[in-house]
Design a protein around this ligand. Structure first.
Ligand code: F3S
Length: 755
């Protein structure tokens, strides 16, 4: 398996000049985050400084990673670009579509049956286009990336919010929507608002029960779920250097829970040790040669207030283990206060399950520390009170932990070892009795604990903590148990105390694995056939959207005038619809079903102007499409906020909506509309929103002169024959008008490819 040492060498070779150029334009010492950002500019060396939190900048990431749920639409779209191969190294990881129920073997078998067609599609499309494929059971995307692909000073994007985990090896790694991944794989630049910078200074050294997880649980308590929005969190200080690379990964991973763009750490000895232990001596050697570029300038860390937008300081020597939750990861409670909090808030203290794993905490170190607690329970005659479930992060971790006897310790406590996959972390957990909706408590080492996330039961109180604390609390079966001070009664009736965990940062005997589950793509994929059954309910090959015919759109009907909040979730709902994310036509049956119709205040009930009858939005739109009648959608403020889900733009496009006219857009959704060849317009005069009536017919008067910075004119013909002519602004530049004319950005790429 190639981890692209040549690519990494070329990134490092250019770093010196690029960082020098950045230092000149910024005119001050640089943080690590700035060094990585400025050395990955699409246009080469920095010509001007960018304004944090304001400037939109084109970047050139080094690689792309995709998980099985989001990869489906991303790759279906990529196939439209007419390329033979992806432009940057990319990988697909099958980890989300695997249920945790009985245990690794059985669960993997049944998931292969249930989602076999999706896996086969992903395997064949990866093989064809030069994408590394990690089979079901190979591991969780972010652990596999950390073990194989992350490298200090690199930039990557991934179609999963916890892509940020790779900051543990000093990357700037960012979670994105499928459309962004498609751009980068198709050789286009990737746009990001230049982030703000939050510095976290770590002093002291952890001891006893405290672990890296507690750093981020504490930070989440300070910054809350929104505090990191639009910012990169950069950790530094002696405390940072005392943390293992996988511990740093845990901290970066949960940066997603404070809304941070990403988090990162400077290159240090712990990262070097991890690179060497994971068979990447050559990367460690190369990184050592440019060490000064792989961390912030020293002045930045001595006077952080001058260089970061916000600075937080945490003394690791005094940091107490934390347990965060329930229902939100920023509700931080130090273990010493947990019993009182639980009693005060009436949280059930009987713990039903302890779950260890997820991309957050499934490293060898995590398993070894947690197993040291499990071993004590056995040695001290304790019976565990809760059920245990373990999801190792990768086959390499699982194999090595098995070889070293760590897994058998858990098995001696009747733990279920689930597949190396996301499982309960993403709700892929067939938990017996969860459907009864009983109020109960679980503790886990994952990152998210929103209502229903793990088992679908809204009354499950899920608490996030470190793997060793999960082990201790699950053994006691009591949420209020504080292993630092409390004792437990063993089978002889004696009071025993658990000693603090001990673990190995890296396996003494080195990592080992028989089959890591990786499949190298074909060197020449031209003969590979992509596998999609024509009658599949879950997958559908895309057909290119029609190019613009060069004429004004006339006779368009109003599909819906949405009122109030209309997020990407209102436009393309999640939940049960997720299974159709690889099938555009089927998932389009959720198009705009959550949007509120301004004329009746109802969702999914709009007037069909052809029949005068009210009905669901998708069916109404399909009726217009069948008659060849164009439609437009009208919306309120910040239309399309929420996720970067490209389905929210693809579905209306697929169903024949031509334009979305709103008071204002969430920027990512506006860009997604442009990429799909739609017209995303804003009212020049917001009050014109009120002029739009339910029975309107809309004519574009000057679309045939569509040009940058020139508003468009639309005529709204009302049922009584009266008219309102309004101006609509747009932000299309020449390139984006080219996308509109071609029918989509991908059609345009294909056109250019042919030339
Ligand atoms: Fe998977 Fe949970 Fe991570 S869903 S990628 S293990 S956040």
């Amino acid at each position: 398996m190639a981890f692209d040492i040549e690519m990494i060498k070329s990134v490092y070779a250019e770093m010196n000049d690029k960082i020098e150029a950045a230092r000149k334009v910024v005119n001050k010492p640089l943080t690590l985050s700035e060094k990585i950002l400025y050395s990955h500019l699409w246009d080469g060396k920095a010509q001007k400084p960018f304004e944090r939190g304001k400037s939109y900048v084109d970047f050139s990431p080094d690689r792309v990673a995709m998980q099985d749920a989001t990869a489906q639409m991303a790759l279906l779209q990529f196939m439209q670009a007419g390329k033979d191969k992806v432009a940057v190294p990319s990988t697909v990881h099958c980890d989300h579509l695997i249920l945790a129920k009985e245990g690794a073997k059985e669960d993997l078998r049944s998931s292969l049956t249930a989602s076999g067609e999706v896996f086969n599609f992903l395997e064949s499309v990866s093989n064809k286009y030069g994408i590394g494929f990690w089979k079901p059971g190979a591991g969780i995307i972010h652990q596999v990336v950390l073990e194989n692909y992350a490298f200090p000073g690199g930039m990557m994007i991934g179609t999963d919010s916890h892509t940020v985990n790779a900051g543990g090896l000093g990357m700037v790694a960012i979670g994105v929507g499928g459309a962004d991944a498609v751009d980068v794989m198709a050789g286009m630049p990737w746009e990001l608002k230049f982030p703000k910078l939050i510095g976290v200074k770590l002093t002291g050294k952890m001891n006893g029960w405290t672990s890296a997880k507690d750093v981020i649980l504490k930070v989440a308590g300070i910054l809350t779920v929104k505090g990191g929005t639009g910012a990169i969190v950069e950790y530094f200080g002696e405390g940072a250097q005392s943390l293992s690379a996988t511990g740093k990964g845990t901290i970066c991973n949960m940066g997603a829970e404070i809304g941070a763009t990403t988090s990162t750490f400077g290159y240090d000895d712990a990262m070097e040790r991890y690179l060497r232990a994971t068979d990447r001596n050559d990367i460690a050697d190369e990184a050592n040669k440019v060490r000064q570029h792989l961390t912030g300038d020293s002045e930045v860390y001595t006077n952080p207030e001058q260089y970061f937008d916000q600075v937080i300081e945490i003394n690791l020597s005094e940091l107490e283990p934390h347990v965060n939750g329930p229902f939100t990861p920023d509700r931080a409670t130090p273990i010493s206060q947990l019993r009182a909090e639980a009693e005060k808030n009436n949280w059930p203290t009987k713990v039903e399950w302890g779950l260890i794993g997820s991309c957050t905490n499934s490293s060898y170190e995590d398993l070894s520390r947690a197993s040291s607690i499990a071993q004590q329970a056995i040695d001290k005659g304790l019976k565990t009170k809760s059920d245990f479930g373990i999801n190792p992060g990768s086959e390499q971790v699982r194999y090595t932990a098995d070889r070293d006897g760590l897994l058998s310790i858990f098995e001696n406590l009747d733990a279920t070892i689930f597949t190396n996959a996301c499982g309960p972390c993403i709700g892929q957990w067939s938990r017996t009795g969860a459907d009864k909706g009983e109020k109960n408590t679980i503790v886990h080492s994952f990152n998210r604990n929103f209502s229903k996330r793990a088992d679908g039961n809204p009354n499950t109180h899920a608490f996030v903590t470190s793997p060793e604390m999960v082990a201790a609390i699950a053994i006691s079966g009591d949420l209020g148990f504080n292993p630092i001070t409390d004792t437990l009664t063993n089978d002889k009736g004696e009071q025993v105390k658990l000693d603090p965990p001990v673990g190995e940062e890296l396996p003494d005997k080195g990592f080992a694995v028989e089959d890591n589950g990786y499949q190298e793509p074909a060197a020449d994929g031209s003969g590979v056939e992509v596998k999609v059954a024509p009658d599949s309910k879950r997958l559908q090959l895309l057909t290119p959207f029609d190019p613009w015919d060069g004429k004004n759109i006339t006779g368009a009907k109003l599909l819906i005038k949405a009122e109030g909040k209309c997020t990407t979730d209102h436009i393309s709902m999640a939940g049960p619809w997720l299974r159709f994310r690889g099938h555009l036509d089927n998932i389009s049956d959720n198009c705009l079903i959550g949007a509120v119709n301004a004329y009746n205040g109802e969702t999914n009930n709009v007037k069909n102007q052809l029949t005068g009858e009210y009905g669901p939005v998708p069916a109404t739109q399909r009726a217009y499409k069948a008659e060849g009648i164009p439609t437009i959608v009208v919306g309120d403020h910040n239309y399309g906020e929420g996720s970067s889900r490209e389905h929210a733009a693809m579905e209306p496009r697929h169903l024949g909506v031509k334009a979305v006219l709103v008071k204002s857009f969430a920027r990512i959704h506006e860009t997604n509309l442009k990429k799909q060849g739609m017209l995303g317009l804003t009212f020049a005069n917001e009050a014109d929103y009120d002029k739009v009536q339910e029975d309107d017919t809309i004519n574009f008067l000057d679309l045939d002169q569509f040009a940058p910075e020139k508003p468009l004119t639309l005529e709204f013909v009302h049922a009584d024959g009266s008219k309102d002519v309004i101006k609509a602004n747009h932000t299309y530049n020449d390139t984006q008008i080219g996308w509109f004319k071609a029918g989509s950005a991908l059609n345009k790429i294909k056109e250019l490819e042919k030339k």
